[in-house]
Design a protein. Structure first.
Length: 151
């Protein structure tokens, strides 16, 4: 009986961590750092697609507000690493990441898996996270740029 209860509880916890609650999902309409009028239509469309990728894959660790989990998962909100290390950030999303990084003065050493995203999906999620939660990057990240980044 204890084994069955543990199994059911484990299943519920795993399911709840991966379920998409739209009321908690990150969206471009809730998190933009600038008015939509200041963004090109191409960047706006990319950010909308990127929000979907973020909600599917990234939100579990980096959370709806992009603040991450202290000492475990680095923040994307107001992230110096994200904005100052464009190529490294793209590479991390495209190929995964292991080893120490320093984000906003804090050391993080939790591995990040590669999710097998297409170059377009990587570009879209990068455009979303680099223009949300206090981040500003008006320079569109393209699938061509992502395709040129190697492991």
């Amino acid at each position: 009986m204890k084994q069955l209860s543990f199994t059911i509880l484990s299943f519920i916890l795993l399911w709840s961590c991966n379920s998409t609650d739209k009321s908690k999902s990150a969206t471009t309409s809730n998190n933009p750092t600038k008015t939509e009028a200041s963004l090109s239509p191409e960047l706006q469309e990319s950010m909308q697609r990127g929000a979907e990728v973020y909600n599917d894959l990234c939100i579990t660790c980096h959370l709806p507000d992009g603040k991450g989990v202290p000492k475990s998962f680095p923040p994307l909100a107001n992230s110096d690493y994200l904005l100052n290390n464009r190529v490294k950030s793209i590479r991390a999303i495209k190929y995964g990441l292991s080893g120490e990084i320093i984000v906003n003065g804090e050391i993080y050493n939790m591995p990040m898996a590669a999710f097998g995203l297409t170059n377009t999906e990587v570009a879209d999620v990068m455009n979303y996270i680099t223009n949300s939660w206090g981040n500003q990057n008006l320079s569109l990240i393209t699938d061509k740029e992502v395709s040129e980044i190697k492991p």
